[in-house]
Design a protein. Sequence first.
Length: 328
Amino acid sequence: MSYEFNTLGDLLSNPKIRPIAQDAIRRRNLKEEELWNMTLSQLKEEHFFSGEINNGIRRLYEAADSGDWYYPLYSEEECAENEARKGVSLVWFPSADPEADNRPFMLVVPGGGFVNVWNLTEGWPIAEQFNRYGYHAFILTYQVGEDTEDGLLTKNMEDFARALKLIREKKEHFHVQADRYITCGFSAGGYLICLWNTKMGYPAFALPKPQASFPVYPVVSMKDDGEDAEPGDDLWLFGCSHEEAMQKEFEIPEHVETFPPCAIFVTAGDELVDPENSKMLDRALKALQIPSKLEIGPEGGHGFADGSGMCMAGWTERAVKWFESLQK
């Protein structure tokens, strides 16, 4: 079913997706923006968003119709202690492919500059594509915001751990092999899946190593960001000064020894995150002989999501085929 002539507001107001609707773009009130009353077709024509939003919402509706799709990661009591935990959740998109049970599941982590989570473009549509390629998928909505308590990134690692522990606990229900998963993250979400690959991530929580990671226009180094930083500016993010953070796993390229194989996707014209981030990660992985595929599109900017309508179209399928080639 196509929703291209429905307004974004009508689609996100449907009661059956109420638990996640307010987090279509986490911490952004879309009702106050003009795009709320625009159809998906208009949004595409006006280039408000990238990606096949229509397919993502259609798949979200299908998942919601099953009645078993939305999983909060913190209890009401835990959310009362820390408001940032409210809405931290997993959305489950099972694949109809009977072979999906035998493949790793996908953990999709949208970006948003650590202040938003773009489920609308980098979550639901991406998971829908992985479903079509025969992979069960989960979309993680995580803690964000500069008004959170200090050390947001450490809290995000707890979000990851909560998500994977929940999946492990319900592995029979989800029809997954709990120890086999692939992470896919965008921009800030790309940073988070990379941080999860360091000693601050899965080893710290005694959880399994991902089978692979797909960072998409990721941030991996913040050294340049520290030049103009004032003391205390980065406490909310790192929980320590920028200078101290760069001596730890937060500086990803210097701590890749625990990484799985990675397929990295970016465009040469990315105006928001320097493509050098992706190149640095690729070089660091190859230096340790960790399989790495780097694809740099010749045109296009940041936030291309599933790459539809431009040179990065089909990157999700190429990522999956690359991973599968490693298994032969």
